[in-house]
Design a protein around this ligand. Structure first.
Ligand code: NDP
Length: 296
C-alpha cells in the first residue's frame, strides 16, 4: 500500500480562509475586529521567526496584530504587568506568550496569569481542566490541528484505536484528551513504555510527538493506519540541513493508509489553529456564534 498524503499546507490555507470569512462577518455585522497579542521575551532566533510569521498571518486574515518584544532581562513583575494590561484591553481577544521563556521567568506562573478566555495557546490550567472534563475550552493549537486533519480524513473517529507517542503538556496529553473526547480508545506511550513497537502496531491512528528524528519505522505501523507526524527535527544528511519528523516517512508511507509529511503536515496547521482560536475567543467574548469547524 502507498499512503495518501494528508496535505497540511493546503488544509491550513482552507482553515485560514474560514477564519478570514468569519473575521469579515464580525467586522461587517458587529463592527468588531479580533486582535491577537504576541509577547516575545529575548531574542531566540527560532522564536523570532515564529513570532514574525504569526504576526504576518494574523494581519492577512484581517485581524489586528499586537507584538510586544521585551528585553531578555525583563523582570517577572514587568511581564506580569504587561499581561494584566493585555487581559484588560478590549481590543485584544487572544494573548500568546512565546515559549520557551528565559530561565529567570516562571513559565507556569506567567501562563496562568493570562485571562483563560484569551489564552489562545490553551495552556492555562483552567483550560487544561476544562478540556480534561470535556467542557468548552481553548485547545492547544498543535493537537487541535492534528484533530482537524484526522476528522477531515476519517469523518468519525469513534471506536478507533489511537496511540499517541509523547506525553508533553503541549502536545501529547492534550492530543490524547481530544482523541478520547472523540471516542477513540487511547494509549499514551512515552520513554518508559514497554514494547513500544507492539503498542504502535495496534493503532488505527498513530500520533508521533517525540522529538527524535525518524524514530518510528514502517514495520511498527499497522497496514492502512493513519500516521500524524508532529515532530520537527533538523538533521544533517548528505552534507545538507534537512527537516524531518519523528517517523521514517519513506518506510511508513509504504504501509500506512494516510500520512502527514514533514515539512508541510502538522506545522502549517499550528499557526492556522492559533488564528482559529483567536476568532473563537473573540466570538465567545462578545456572546456571538462561534465559527463552524474551527473548534474541538
Ligand atoms: P517533549 O520533549 O516535551 O516531549 C517528548 C515526549 O516524547 C516525552 O513525553 C518523552 O517521554 C517522549 N519520548 C522521548 N523519547 C522517547 C522514546 N524513545 N520512546 C517513546 N517516547 C519517547 O516534546 P514536545 O511534545 O514539545 O514536542 C515533540 C515534537 O513535536 C518535537 O519534535 C517538537 O519539535 C515537535 N513540535 C511540533 C510542533 C508543530 O507545530 N508541528 C509544535 C510543538 C512541538 P517521557 O515523558 O517519558 O520523557
Amino acid at each position: 500500500m502507498t499512503a495518501s498524503v494528508i496535505d497540511g499546507k493546503a488544509f491550513a490555507a482552507t482553515v485560514r480562509s474560514k477564519v478570514a470569512a468569519h473575521v469579515a462577518r464580525l467586522k461587517t455585522d458587529h463592527n468588531i475586529t479580533p486582535g491577537l497579542a504576541v509577547v516575545l521575551v529575548g531574542e531566540d532566533p527560532a522564536s523570532q521567526v515564529y513570532v514574525r510569521s504569526k504576526g504576518k498571518m494574523t494581519v492577512e486574515v484581517g485581524m489586528k496584530s499586537f507584538e510586544h518584544k521585551l528585553d531578555v532581562e525583563t523582570s517577572e513583575t514587568d511581564l506580569l504587568a504587561l499581561i494584566d494590561t493585555l487581559n484588560n484591553d478590549p481590543e485584544v481577544h487572544g494573548i500568546l506568550v512565546q515559549l520557551p521563556l528565559p530561565d529567570h521567568l516562571d513559565s507556569d506562573l506567567v501562563i496562568n496569569s493570562i485571562d483563560p478566555a484569551k489564552d489562545v495557546d490553551g495552556f492555562h490550567i483552567s483550560n487544561v481542566g476544562l478540556l480534561g472534563t470535556g467542557q468548552k475550552s481553548m485547545v492547544p493549537c498543535t493537537p487541535l490541528g492534528c484533530l482537524m486533519m484526522l476528522r477531515d480524513h476519517h469523518g468519525s473517529l469513534s471506536g478507533k484505536n489511537a496511540v499517541v507517542i509523547g506525553r508533553s503538556n503541549i502536545v501529547g496529553k492534550p492530543m490524547a484528551q481530544l482523541l478520547l473526547n472523540d471516542s477513540c480508545t487511547v494509549t499514551i506511550a512515552h520513554s518508559r513504555t514497554a514494547d513500544l513497537p507492539g503498542v504502535v502496531r495496534q493503532a488505527d491512528i498513530v500520533v508521533a510527538a517525540v522529538g527524535r528524528p525518524e524514530m518510528v519505522p514502517g514495520d511498527w505501523i499497522k497496514p492502512g493506519a493513519t500516521v500524524i507526524d508532529v515532530g520537527i527535527n533538523r538533521i544533517e544528511r548528505d552534507g545538507k540541513n534537512k527537516l524531518v519528523g519523528d517517523v521514517d516517512y519513506a518506510s511508513c508511507a509504504e504501509v500506512a493508509g494516510a500520512i502527514t509529511p514533514v515539512p508541510g503536515g502538522v506545522g502549517p496547521m499550528t499557526i492556522a489553529c492559533l488564528l482559529a482560536n483567536t476568532v473563537t475567543a473573540c466570538s465567545r467574548a462578545n456572546g456571538l456564534v462561534e465559527p463552524e469547524g474551527l473548534t474541538a
